[in-house]
Write a protein that binds this ligand. Structure first.
Ligand code: ADP
Ligand code: ZN
Ligand code: MG
Length: 470
């Protein structure tokens, strides 16, 4: 059924901004502190207090706008979104509603509708006994709401878009985007329409998506559900549904009729947010290199495979390490491979961040230089690498102690090569009759004789020379 119906998807993303302080008060922006200890009269909404916008949060929003090619509005407004729920101490949330700081721009061809500065609510914990516990430390943390146009056409595209947005936010230093800490949250809107149709169907909003994988799964489920519903003569109801991660299904939460009326009105305690041209230029000057720019530079400067490239782009710290490691090597792609394969394997296995990796680029580089100069084989290099990780010793002394230096000279290899040829007349015969594939067997025999220390390329050359001439 999904073949006949195409999904139309738009995303709403909430990102907690990594500022030093909360959005409208002087409380530090923290995570994981003793509940209800990082609060003040302003974020608790005590009468007589006044909000003051956080310039750092505004700067973060503007930097994202610059990166997305959005229009940055030098004049925007704050509104009150009213609803009564214990996670909202003031009884309203300050948000930009219809006067956004950013509109337009795009990422991966998906157009951004707008982005609004807002404040976080308190975090609620639902206990097994049915109580709701509230932690107001989160109340008032700066939040950016990013809304896309309904430009996405598959669950996979939604996921890829989110991964690229997350990467961008991390490179910009806007947020760590740790989804387990709720720093990035996604609501997904989806409707379906007959393939080839030009109009949109009725959309459903899916909430409670805790990972990009659940976004993809929930969208796929909902695509199938809506397609089946329409195929059997039913109609899709506009509603909010919840994704159940355990049952792998969406369930109705509330319908359009139950949608709240937020009674928006302009925040009387805040003047319009005005950005001067010089301040905006300062933000532009502070933009770091963005993921797409880094990909482009890496493609131009280093010869990396796409797989290695993406592995290095996945975290800005990987790229920094790689660039330092590649410094002064004649084959920088070797550094790319080592970081992408060996260093990342260790980081994943030990749950380390790049900053905690025990070997600095300066410590690792001599090892790669020995590979480059063909002084050690790749397998010997891995052995040395493991030892370096274990002991912190330098590559050269481990190579020397273990006698791992590769044998490349004719003088050392030729006797072994000749002995192997003498010992295997039947293989030599096969080779001469045109079965040149048996060369591998002979190379293997030489490698075995030299306990893996022979330079395989050199062995191949010598074997061929001997086979052709003798
Ligand atoms: P609402 O008024 O319900 O908030 P909006 O027009 O503001 O709806 O859109 C909210 C989100 O839903 C946006 O991300 C948008 O891209 C998406 N959206 C809007 N219409 C559709 C549709 N017909 N199908 C899928 N997504 C849609
Ligand atoms: Zn406060
Ligand atoms: Mg809306």
């Amino acid at each position: 059924m999904t073949a006949e119906f195409e999904p139309v998807i738009g995303l709403e993303i909430h990102v907690e901004l990594a500022t030093r302080r909360k959005m409208f008060c002087g409380c530090p922006n923290t995570y994981g502190k003793e509940p209800n200890t990082v609060v003040c009269p302003v974020c608790m909404g005590h009468p007589g207090t006044l909000p003051v916008p956080n310039e750092e949060a505004v700067a973060r929003a503007v930097q994202l706008g610059l990166a997305l090619g959005a229009e940055i509005h030098p004049f925007s407004l704050f509104f009150r979104k009213n609803y009564f729920y214990p996670d909202l101490p003031k009884g309203y949330q300050i948000t930009q509603y219809s006067a956004s700081i950013l509109t337009g721009g795009s990422l991966q061809g998906v157009r951004i509708e707008r982005a609004n500065l807002e404040e976080e609510t308190a975090k609620s914990y639902h206990t097994e006994t049915g109580d709701v516990l509230l932690d107001y430390n989160r109340a008032g943390i700066p939040l950016l709401e990013i809304v896309t146009h309904p430009d996405i056409r598959s669950p996979e595209q939604a996921r890829a878009f989110l991964e690229e947005l997350r990467l961008l936010l991390i490179y910009l230093g806007i947020s760590e985007c740790d989804m387990e800490k709720g720093q990035l949250r996604v609501d997904a809107n989806i409707s379906v329409r007959p393939v080839g149709s030009g109009s949109f169907g009725t959309k459903v909003e899916i909430k409670n998506l805790n990972s990009f994988r659940s976004v993809e799964h929930a969208l796929r489920y909902e695509w199938e559900r809506q397609a089946a519903l329409i195929s059997s003569g039913g109609t899709v109801e506009q509603e909010t549904r919840l994704w159940d991660e355990f049952q792998k299904e969406t369930r109705p939460m509330r319908s359009k009729e139950e949608a709240e009326d937020y009674r928006y009105f302009m925040e009387p305690d805040l003047p319009p947010l005005q950005l001067s041209r010089t301040w905006l230029e300062e933000q532009r000057a502070h933009l770091p290199e963005l993921p797409e720019q880094r990909r482009k530079r890496y493609r131009e400067v280093y010869h990396l495979s796409d797989k290695v490239l993406e592995a290095l782009i996945a975290d800005p710290a990987y790229g920094r390490y790689f660039e330092q490691l590649a410094e002064g090597l004649s084959r920088p792609e070797l550094a790319g491979n080592w970081v992408a394969v060996h260093v990342l394997r260790v980081l994943k296995a030990e749950h380390l961040s790049m900053e905690d990796f025990p070997l600095s680029p300066d410590q690792l580089r001599p090892l790669l230089r020995m590979i480059e100069e063909e002084r050690i084989s790749h397998s010997a290099a891995q052995e040395v690498f493991e030892e370096m990780l274990r002991t912190g010793r330098d590559a050269a002394s481990i190579v020397e102690e273990r006698g791992l230096e590769q044998v490349s000279s004719d003088a050392s290899l030729l006797p072994v090569v000749r002995a192997v040829l003498d010992a295997h007349p039947e293989i030599v015969e096969k080779y001469r009759r045109g079965k040149t594939g048996v060369l591998g067997v002979l190379i293997g025999a030489v490698m075995k004789e030299t306990r893996g220390r022979a330079n395989p390329q050199k062995v191949r050359e010598l074997l061929m020379r001997e086979l052709e001439t003798s």
